[in-house]
Write a protein that binds this ligand. Structure first.
Ligand SMILES: Nc1nc2c(ncn2[C@@H]2O[C@H](COP(=O)(O)OP(=O)(O)O)[C@@H](O)[C@H]2O)c(=O)[nH]1
Ligand SMILES: [Mg+2]
Length: 321
């Protein structure tokens, strides 16, 4: 990628051109040699967007809710970016297509950009490039960026570290729900949505969540925000206004108590540490393989005849750390 091409993409990005943003995100996703330059150019423009994480089990209605939020935000002339994380499961093709169709109403709208990303087998629910993509959309002047993740277990913890406000979407009738709540998710969600209220059981689930939140409050570090539980029927566009109100309230809360700055700091540290970890691993592998292929790694390490800890330290030494 030539310098002129990159700066023309960058100019396009600033002008709100969707294709330029998409191309820059792809370059970051592919770990192109242009990635450092993209970060350098976009970083000064970041920090304006409100970043929302929306997580919950598959089928709870996250995409439908996001569609409602997009419509609401567009009606208020807000620029919206959506990043949807596709689980690396081979069964996700249909669901992904479903997302595209459901969001299609907004797909040609220049003020809305929707991007699907794969997790590429990363440990958490976020793709390695998710934060980079959020950064690009932020720099392009989006007012709100919504990240949709499937999220079971560790995933929400991940998104909670990457978003200003984290929403957990649930539905009644999924037996594992309260089980999920016990697994440490309660502390991560700032706002709860009980969706598909038309199907019944919503009131009971809302009470259960409120009870859990009450029980949990003693253990929460920050006791001043009480996560609201919003009842919604995303498919009937019900509860969207209430959800947005709750989100704005949380944003104001963060702004008032310095929490927003804390979150932004945490995200910056995390992005830096992710890049650092990758670079160290890359350099160490290069040093030990000495131009050989990754396929030789097992032999190389085995030949060292060392315990894993000593082997790792030896590799660091060989790599010159
Ligand atoms: N009955 C009912 N169905 C809904 C509601 N919201 C979404 N759905 C349906 O639930 C299914 C999964 O929705 P989707 O938004 O793709 O869920 P996601 O996997 O969490 O993104 C779709 O068939 C939606 O039409 C709702 O409020 N009530
Ligand atoms: Mg979805």
């Amino acid at each position: 990628m030539s310098e002129e091409n990159l700066s023309s993409l960058f100019n396009g990005l600033i002008d709100g051109d969707v294709m330029s943003a998409a191309k820059l995100i792809t370059l970051i996703e592919n770990e192109s040699p242009a990635a450092p330059e993209i970060y350098r150019m976009t970083y000064p423009l970041r920090g304006q967007a409100y970043v929302l994480g929306i997580c919950g089990s598959p089928g709870t209605g996250k995409s439908t809710l996001i569609n409602g939020l997009i419509a609401l935000l567009r009606a208020r002339e807000k620029k919206v970016g959506v990043i949807s994380i596709d689980p690396s499961s081979p069964y996700s093709g249909g669901a992904l297509l479903g997302d595209r169709i459901r969001m299609q109403g907004h797909a040609t709208d220049n003020m809305v950009m929707i991007r699907s990303m794969s997790t590429r087998g990363s440990m958490g629910g976020l793709s390695k490039a998710t934060l980079g993509a959020v950064g690009v959309l932020d720099a392009s002047g989006k007012d709100v960026i919504i990240v949709e993740t499937v999220g079971i277990g560790q995933d929400e913890v991940d998104i909670a570290d990457a978003a200003d406000t984290t929403v957990l979407v649930m539905t009644a009738g999924l037996g594992d729900q309260i089980q999920v709540l016990k697994a440490g998710i309660m502390e991560c969600a700032d706002v709860f949505v009980v969706n598909k209220a038309d199907q019944g059981g919503a009131e009971k689930l809302i009470l259960e969540i409120q009870l859990m939140l009450g029980l949990n409050r003693d253990y929460q570090i920050d006791q001043s925000w009480e996560p609201p539980v919003i009842k919604a029927e995303a498919i009937n566009e019900k509860g969207i206004e209430e959800l947005w109100e709750a989100l704005e309230k949380h944003r104001s809360f963060l702004q008032a108590n310095g929490g927003l700055e804390e979150i932004r700091k945490k995200i910056l540290v995390r992005e830096t540490m992710d890049i650092l970890t990758n670079k160290i691993r890359e350099r160490a592998l290069e040093a030990i393989l000495g131009g050989g292929s990754v396929g030789e790694l097992a032999d190389k390490i085995y030949e060292m005849k060392k315990d894993p800890y000593s082997a790792a330290f030896s590799i660091l030494e060989i790599a010159g750390f």
